[in-house]
Write a protein that binds this ligand. Structure first.
Ligand code: AP5
Ligand code: MG
Length: 223
């Protein structure tokens, strides 16, 4: 499926990419933003940049990031609001808490069109992280990040699911295969707003156990 920005709705989509540490948010988020020609924003990348240049913000968050702990909501919200443009985005690493999600919805123009959770088991995530070797990929820190994901971010995803915005995809296969799943989920959730797509609308379950959402029944041409 060769999807471009022309295949997904009348206005640029605002996509949240979620998933455990190591799920592939960065890998898929960067690919997707290139394809959609929208901004890619990773809160983790932004924080690591601030730490690398030893800015006041970087110095303030360095220990927390190194320990795998979340940085304070006020700081991260300020970073997102400063850096996020409103005409479409792929947002990686935010929101991670319900409080963060609520701030994203406070500004209608920033509210996401869809949230895609890349699902991988914890042991797969841990294997990937320890193989990569980023500073916070030390096994103890990686385990802490995975634990915080369960306590803080899983409820956030349930919050998004409750609002009919969450799609889950299997992230265990190769990056190319996972990318196809991301694109399929996106095209189903954000069909071009044509009369035909509206009249063809039907309910389609995205995966077993997920909520059912109304999507267009039309096929979107591969380029
Ligand atoms: P962040 O940078 O967001 O890290 P993370 O969520 O722990 O996720 P990772 O970046 O480790 O994994 P990923 O899902 O992006 O996977 P990737 O594509 O890299 O956050 C870091 C820290 O910043 C946090 O701990 C916190 O301190 C702070 N922070 C950030 N946002 C915050 C917020 N909103 N609030 C508060 N604090 C915040 O892939 C991982 C590896 O797997 C790579 O080596 C990749 O090549 C490989 N891989 C990817 N896909 C596949 C595949 N399909 N098959 C095999 N290998 C794959
Ligand atoms: Mg990442």
């Amino acid at each position: 499926m060769r999807v471009t920005h022309r295949h997904v709705g009348a206005s640029p989509p605002r996509v949240v990419i979620a998933g455990r540490p190591g799920a592939g948010k960065g890998t898929q988020g960067a690919r997707l933003s290139r394809r959609l020609r929208v901004q890619y924003l990773s809160t983790g990348d932004l924080l690591r940049h601030e730490i690398a240049i030893a800015s006041p913000l970087g110095n303030a968050v360095e220990r927390l990031v190194a320990a795998g702990r979340l940085v304070p909501t006020g700081l991260i919200v300020a970073i997102v609001e400063t850096n996020l443009v409103e005409s479409g985005y792929v947002l990686d690493g935010f929101p991670r808490t319900v409080a963060q999600a609520e701030t994203l919805f406070e500004r209608e123009t920033l509210a996401p069109t869809i949230a895609i959770e890349i699902v991988v088991p914890a042991h797969v995530a841990l294997d990937r992280l320890t193989a990569r070797g980023r500073r916070d990929d030390d096994p103890n820190v990686a385990s802490e990040r995975l634990a915080i994901y369960e306590t803080e971010t899983v409820p956030t995803l349930e919050w998004l699911e409750h609002r009919g915005l969450l799609v889950r995809i299997d992230g265990r296969d190769s990056p190319d295969i996972v990318e196809q799943r991301v694109l399929r989920a996106l095209v189903r959730a954000c069909p071009p707003a044509t009369d035909a797509s509206v009249s063809n609308a039907r309910a389609v379950p995205f995966s077993p156990g997920d909520s059912t959402r109304v999507v267009a029944n039309s096929e979107y041409a591969a380029e």
